[in-house]
Design a protein around this ligand. Structure first.
Ligand SMILES: [Mg+2]
Length: 386
């Protein structure tokens, strides 16, 4: 038996390679909450809680995730048997409502430590992987059509991505459709083009826009309307000739069950953090499979820790028909892992070392740590909060 002796958290502000324009926020950097769970045998696991645009995307902020872990999760973790992660998470779920991002960060760290101690990768702890590489698309979200086409061409040349997600919903429908059409025309059959509206439309706008997007060669529409309008999602799904995907509407297995029952989407964007953890994401996928709903591996624009955790989970899905968007680390100028995740041939290699299979670069984390000793005495021109 190994006891948990200490839980540490910190917030890290990392610059992004370019502004990332969504209907809800423009990202100029990413803020990552890291958690470390230390055990009395010297093993420690790492986890990550990351959202988009502070409180612009969801109810949990980076600062809130840290506060929740420090104040409410840590007392439940300290002294617990680190070899019983499922029991610990069950106890946490009985005591702490919601806080899915914090739960995912803590569960990731527990499984990382557990896997390291027993010499098994997290994908093996979850039942074993079906694939060693997972397809990864790229989001074209510079806000400019010509820039997006040039970016897509360079990704195709590098053989890094051949599927692209366009962030739309900020401009008029006519402008958005013209933007999608121009990119699809430029790339043709070399790439799949999907769109994410991030809930920007009302149902009537979506009803008008979706056939226009289908006509210009768009392959999928993600969360066109408010996450709460499930009846509207069902009507759009029934009427659309291209798949409709639920993202913001999907906060774990209970939502998945409800959305599947109501036929509110053709595809689920499975996210470990939004689902409430790795096991919860597995349950979302199981519900989708039982209901005949497709799955897609989603991201919160996470850094390497949660991206690796997500890759382990998605590697265990029997089918992954719509691929994944695990490109978060590629959007950042700084790598916080000792060895970066490997992207090539339009896919990401799932790490295979025990636990997460990735370790933090201490110096990098310390340099970018908010309020850290290094940061306080160094001015970083490009590092800003989103
Ligand atoms: Mg989305």
């Amino acid at each position: 038996m190994s006891r948990i002796v200490r839980v540490e958290t910190c917030i890290v502000d990392l610059p992004s390679v370019r502004p990332h324009v969504l209907s809800v926020a423009t990202i100029r950097g990413q803020t990552v909450t890291l958690v470390e769970i230390h055990c009395d045998d010297g093993v420690f696991g790492i986890g990550e809680g990351t959202t988009i645009g502070g409180l612009a995307y969801g109810e949990e902020s980076p600062e809130g995730i840290k506060l929740a872990i420090d104040s409410y999760f840590a007392p439940l973790l300290e002294g617990a048997d680190a070899d019983r992660p499922a029991e610990i998470m069950a106890r946490i779920s009985k005591t702490i409502v919601g806080n899915h991002f914090a739960k995912s960060a803590v569960e990731t760290a527990l499984l990382d430590a557990y896997g390291q101690r027993h010499g098994l990768a997290i994908s093996e702890l979850l039942g074993g992987r079906v694939r060693d590489r997972i397809p990864v698309l790229w989001a074209l979200a510079s806000g400019n059509t010509a820039t997006d086409i040039a970016e897509a061409e360079s990704m195709l040349d590098m053989r890094r991505h051949n599927a692209f997600k366009l962030k739309i919903g900020k401009r008029t429908i006519a402008d958005d459709v013209a933007h999608v059409a121009a990119i699809k025309r430029a790339l043709g059959d070399r790439a799949s083009i999907r769109v994410d509206v991030n809930m920007a439309w009302d149902e009537a706008s979506a009803r008008r826009a979706i056939p226009m997007l289908a006509d210009v060669g768009c392959d999928l529409v993600e969360q066109p309307i408010a996450r709460t309008n499930r009846a509207g999602m069902a009507r759009l799904t029934a009427g659309a000739s291209i798949p409709i995907m639920a993202d913001e509407a999907l906060h774990g297995p209970e939502d998945a069950f409800d959305l599947a029952t109501g036929r509110c989407a053709d595809v689920f964007a499975v996210k470990i953090e939004q689902s409430g953890g790795l096991f919860a994401a597995k349950r979302v996928e199981a519900i989708a499979r039982a209901a005949g709903v497709g799955v897609y591996g989603g991201t919160m624009l996470e850094a390497g820790v949660s991206t690796a955790a997500s890759a382990h989970v998605f590697s265990t899905f029997p089918d992954l028909p719509f691929g994944t968007e695990l490109f978060g680390p590629l959007l950042l100028t700084e790598e916080i892992l000792q060895a970066p995740l490997q992207y090539e041939e339009f896919s990401l290699a799932v790490p295979s070392a025990p636990g997460l299979g990735v370790r933090l670069d201490r110096k990098k984390v310390d340099f970018f740590r908010r309020g850290g000793p290094t940061r306080a005495s160094v001015t970083i021109g490009t590092a800003k909060e989103a």
